[in-house]
Design a protein around this ligand. Structure first.
Ligand SMILES: Cc1ncc(COP(=O)(O)O)c(C=O)c1O
Length: 375
């Protein structure tokens, strides 16, 4: 592609091998490296799709304002798209949003409001979402993409990321692994794979302390991952197993990928890597585990790649590939029972005042999916 419009360069990311961390005699992990999107992360995909669907539906008009709750990648993608298309963008962030992310948001001209009140899960998700919905209600011409409750988030991955995985992976795709927060990736890609590659095992990766697949909520350090409940973008029936990765393993595995494979990734991808290696160790040569890498490492230079910061957390600075492989082999699924994993909180749409237009759009989409399943 020699000459292109910026937003047409979203997608078609490569699948990268990791020869230093794999071993002959087992399955092979391939990393779906989403850093190559122009906004630097996987979130460019749902951001573009949701904004363009809103334009088509007349929910977002010229001169309009995009209002979203995000502490990182989705906000940056919207800020980039807003700049390219000429919309005002307001991002509700929180005190965990890094200085690097705030700087990128501001570079694209987005306005940032930092929400400081924690919710009853000990994070800022609910207070940020409620504040964004309230602001959108008050501001004429506002549109709420709402990555957490809008099913178009997973639909974006169903139509692009999932198809690329099936088309790009050599014959022998055996498992798919992704980190989870809003469930856009896991929800959309699992739905596609269950239909188009039915034997593939689907694994979701969460943080120890997050409650997407049940269990108690507690603080954790991995950014971009986790939530206090199961997001509606996920159908837990389509998830074969869920893993919860401790903070230190996620950070150290990401640093090992940088040092040993030359691949710069963020901590959520370090967490995914441990689960992906675990699955590959149980597979035969010629079988593949596709592992999502949601973003690159530059966003974490002041944390993950800062030795003082790592020491302050009590984390090791580096581990040999063999150590990462041992963590992987000792990993056990948090759950393999879909019924046990479900932690939906349907009352939240009312509690957080999710816009009626989002709920109407979701109903239409669910109707279409049901008809597709029957057809
Ligand atoms: C770095 C990173 N990894 C993983 C995820 C989880 O992706 P999803 O929201 O599609 O579940 C996110 C989402 O914000 C993220 O920013």
């Amino acid at each position: 592609m020699a000459i292109a419009d910026l937003l047409d360069t979203i997608g078609d990311t490569p699948l990268l091998r990791i020869p230093k961390l794999g071993r002959p005699g087992e399955g092979e992990v391939l990393l779906k490296y989403e850093r190559y999107n122009p906004g630097g992360s996987v979130k460019d995909r749902p951001a573009k799709y949701i904004v363009e669907e809103a334009e088509r539906a007349g929910l977002l008009q010229p001169g309009g304002t995009i209002i979203e709750s995000s502490s990182g990648n989705f906000g940056i993608s919207l800020a980039m798209i807003g700049a390219a298309k000429g919309y005002r963008v307001v991002i509700l962030a929180d005190p965990k949003t890094t200085a690097a992310n705030l700087a990128v948001l501001q570079a694209f001209g987005a306005e940032v409001i930092v929400v400081t009140e924690k919710d009853d899960c000990g994070s800022y998700h609910k207070t940020r979402i409620a504040a964004a919905n309230k602001l959108a209600e008050e501001l004429p011409g506002a549109y709420r993409p709402d990555q957490c409750f809008n099913l178009l988030n997973s639909e974006a991955h169903h139509g692009t990321t999932a198809r690329e995985i099936v088309e790009g992976c050599p014959p022998g795709l055996g498992a798919f692994v992704t980190a989870v927060s809003t469930g856009g990736q896991l929800g959309g890609i699992s739905r596609y794979l269950k239909r188009h590659a039915p034997g593939v095992r689907i694994a979701g990766v969460d943080a120890v302390g997050s409650a997407i697949f049940g269990g108690p909520s507690a603080g954790y350090r991995i950014p971009g991952i986790g939530l206090g409940w199961t997001p509606t973008n996920i159908d837990v029936e389509l998830v074969d197993e869920a893993y919860k990765i401790p903070d230190e393993q996620a950070f150290v595995a990401a640093r090992t990928l940088a040092r040993r494979e030359g691949i710069l990734v963020g901590p959520s991808s370090g967490a995914c890597l441990v689960a992906a290696l675990h699955l590959a160790q149980r597979m035969r040569p010629g079988e593949y585990v596709v592992c999502m890498v949601a973003d690159g490492g530059e966003r974490y230079l002041q944390t993950l790649f800062d030795e003082d910061w790592m020491r302050d957390q009590g984390f090791a600075l580096e581990a040999e590939p063999e150590r990462i492989r041992t963590w992987a082999s000792e990993l056990r699924p948090w759950s393999t029972q879909s019924a046990e994993m479900a932690n939906y909180r349907h009352e939240l749409t009312e509690e957080l005042a999710v816009p009626a237009s989002t709920l109407r759009q979701n109903d239409e989409l669910l109707g279409r999916m049901r008809r597709e399943r029957l057809g």
